[in-house]
Design a protein. Sequence first.
Length: 584
Amino acid sequence: MSREASPAADTEDVLLSFLDNDGAVVEAKRRFTTASFLAFVRTQEATRRDQQAPRWVWDDTASFYPNLLAADVRVQRCYDLRLSHTILRNSSLTRKSALAVAEPGVWDASPAAARVIRETGTALFDLQVELAPAPDPAAEFACQLAAVASSSEPRRIRLLLAAESAGALVAAEMRFAGLPWNTAAHEDLLARELGPRVPYGVRPDRLEQLAGTIRTLLGEATLNPDSQQDLLKALQNAGLQYGGLPLLSTQQWHLTEIDHPVIAPLLQYRKLSRLLSANGWSWLDAWIVEGRFHAEYLPGGVVTGRWAARGGGALQLPKQVRGAVVADPGWTFVVADAAQLEPRILAALSSDLAMARAGHGTDLYEGIVASGVVETRAHAKVAMLGAMYGATTGESGRLLPRLARAYPRALGLTEDAARAGERGDIVTTRLGRSSPRPSQAWMDAQAQAYAQSASNADERRARSQARDWGRFTRNFVVQGSAAEWALCWMAEIRKQLWLLEDETLAGFGRSPAAGRGRGLFGDAPHLVFFLHDEVIVHTPIALAGEVAAVVTGAAAAVGKLLFGTFPVDFPLTVATVQNYADAK
DNA sequence: GGCGGAGGCGCC
DNA sequence: AGGGCGCCTCCGCC
């Protein structure tokens, strides 16, 4: 639980400053102890709520903000130096800045390494970092402001840094609040599927039965179905084939194609075994505290700008267990997801009016069908995904030419991004996050293929690696720009919920700064879950309508923010439900 | 024993 | 021969 997740920093001075409404640094290079800082923030945030809030500038939201939350302090806005540094270091929009051309330093180290350096003054393994000067947030901040100012697109990069920083606040707050989780409902589900609870390491009844069935059907009395090697051998011995050849893998995808009595119980075994190991009783014990799942989100954890998560698999929550996500009594969930977000982002990025029009007022894939490009929604979807992921074969590959004829600008953008990657160039998202450069090994392999001594194998390998990297950059632009849309969406939702909270509290005759009855978020709606293109807000039932309006309004606002007057829609599917499983 | 790769599979 | 992740288990290796 987040209250004890981060070590208290009582002895550590924290250096902070904040920006006023015009972006000027009001207070810089002031050192606080944690206690005095808490008091200072309380005053600032309470007295300035009705104005534009200060933007706190600090080195690392993830290591610092949880302490504030634990002390019942929320801040409205911040600037995260660590996350911003990573963006500015790599962005093509700031490539000529002093920050981008400097040697790697402490701001390029991982958060854990940076913490070690901060606390001990030395790094354990990295000589280059060890020789770097101690981190100076004020100097770093000045360096970052200069990088932004030197950018060819300062508005975009500034927006990206603000969104990334707001995301860091949201991530810490969501972890702190936790996703409401009904342990009893989860246990019921496990008992229904697996049988009565068993100690760790023991196979539940239902799995034991299925294992017996599989052993009988394969004539292998001692087979362990958890061992891929044993299983594959047994399947081969039983004569199972795939495409006329002996089975080489036990993947679901291959097994489903095979007609044999063992397949059904085997797939069922796999499914339940997965449930047990990923979201079984041990998972409940480890991750659910007082009816909440406190997932740790990692903003900027994926190179494309998507979030990653650590612990409990928050971003892989199977549909199977979503029935355990239940709102508190008197509360409900507003669940919203952006419909066909990535293709809509692609349409806007490439200014493809025809594709944008196909998504106007309707399901984008249906719109593609209605335009006569392909026959079915399923075809439209697989073709679009193929365009964004770089499929070349199968149904997707066959449909691509038709898509390319109908939407030359959109498909041209994905092709250009792929070619750039194949050359070893970087690509950049809407707001300015750039892809990493390929590794030295990759560059060497490409150079090797042009050498006189190059063998056919060298050339094949180089071509294959070039195509792999091209698929990465092709996807990077779309996935990364979609991640920016989602970050801005969440930031806007958070801002509007904050305003809604102030109004509501004022309506009850309480001052916004007054203490709240139910912990940090009081009776206020707050974000509790995020999944790439989907959010959940936990809200008192009476406010659900207003929350739905906030979420919808935010999506519209963000479309304008990122793409101006380009006529692209970002429709949402919004559901107000007591139980996450009932959404969609 | 711990570590890490591979296989597999959950989410988008 | 389809992009991005995290996590679990098995299994070979040190």
